[in-house]
Design a binder for this molecule. Sequence first.
Ligand code: ADE
Length: 262
Amino acid sequence: MNFVVLTIFPEMFTPFWENGMIKRAIEGKHISASAVDIRQFASDRHRTTDDRPYGGGAGMVMKPEPLAEAIRAAKKSSPFSRTVLMTPQGRRFSQPLAHELAGEEGVIFVCGRYEGVDERIFSGYIDDEISIGDYVLTGGELPAMIVIDAVARLLPGVLGGSDSAEKDSFSEGLLEHAHFTRPREFEGHGVPEVLLSGDHRAIERWRTETSLIRTFLKRPDLLENRRFTPREIEILRKWCAGIERIIEAQSLPGAGSLSGGE
Ligand code: ADE
């Protein structure tokens, strides 16, 4: 998959391309990636990429001509890529959207700066707009890195043949289960016995259960429209029964006196 980033700060991407999983993905030829300076497509002596807004007001607007030239050049070498403007006004980035982009031959990211880009760039040059969340950053560079990172790790071979991308938080609609590694004892906290048992079915059951508990406690919204598996329903019923037992114990004579209840 080919990633091209159009930006006025291409050097921001050098450490991104040269470290960690992205570096390995480039070396392994799973992805190709480049950051292109929009300034090189500006025609004036000062390589101007922004200007004052018509109608007045604060801030500067990115000029359409250098952007259009930069997108045209990127499209020439990567004609089947999707051109995405990074903007807080875009579709909210999510794991399903990362999977959607991972199906593309390539993505050309346009990183806005200043107040925004000239409106006339949308017709004919931009296929999609993506936001990484409801907050405003100084530019689209960090958002582009986030999207590239999330998409690249989904591509075959990038995570080194493990099935970890399928087991991710969100991929199955739940947060990921708890993880433990050595040492067996850390600051007085041990490791759940089941993980040391070698019983793979029991471990799998425990993982499903912790995954469900975490999602319920941290992100209950993810459970709202979920189609639960029979195993998950069994776990939820078990908790309900446990909670019912606790509540019923409260109504027994003498219960609840420590908590100051009625
Ligand atoms: N540029 C500035 N803020 C942004 C955001 N939240 N998402 C994507 N691009 C942006």
